[in-house]
Design a protein around this ligand. Structure first.
Ligand code: FAD
Length: 111
């Protein structure tokens, strides 16, 4: 695939995103023959999607860039606790679960 912009305002963005999805399904069909006929819902998401809806750095799926400051679970706002990819320790299922436990610990500190 040629190097090109994935900006939403590119005139052929929607078509190229759809075609990229087609190419990925075709690739998956090499190990899952007939996959295409079983798709009942599909939705393509690219960097512009994550930048738009999750406001991540450059559309990264892992949220803020590595090394960027992330807020802790306990906030200065009374009874407001945070958990998730944008919070310490970071993105990815495991880190997000850890952030959830840190939030729970902040709500109910160990004695
Ligand atoms: C394509 C892709 C592949 C990935 N692969 C991996 C991987 O292989 N391994 C890994 O560890 N991590 C992976 N990740 C990262 C991981 O999925 C995320 O870091 C993690 O899911 C973030 O968890 P979260 O709870 O912060 O947010 P999410 O999992 O996004 O959960 C947020 C939830 O809030 C809901 N929501 C949003 N707004 C509202 C609202 N206003 N009201 C009610 N509900 C709302 C959303 O619908 C969603 O269900 C991947 C991410 C992507 C996008």
């Amino acid at each position: 695939m040629e190097a090109t912009t994935w900006g939403r305002r590119a005139p052929d963005y929607a078509r190229r995103k759809r075609e990229f999805g087609d190419a990925l399904i075709a690739l998956a069909e090499k190990v899952l023959p007939g996959l295409r006929e079983h798709v009942v819902f599909r939705e393509e998401a690219g960097p512009a999607t994550f930048a738009r809806y999750a406001r991540t750095t450059g559309g990264a799926i892992y949220g803020p860039a590595a090394g960027r400051w992330r807020p802790p679970a306990k906030t200065p706002v009374e009874r407001l606790y945070l958990a998730g990819a944008g919070v310490f320790p970071g993105a990815g299922i495991e880190a997000v679960v850890i952030s959830g436990t840190l939030a729970a610990d902040a709500v109910y500190p160990k004695r």
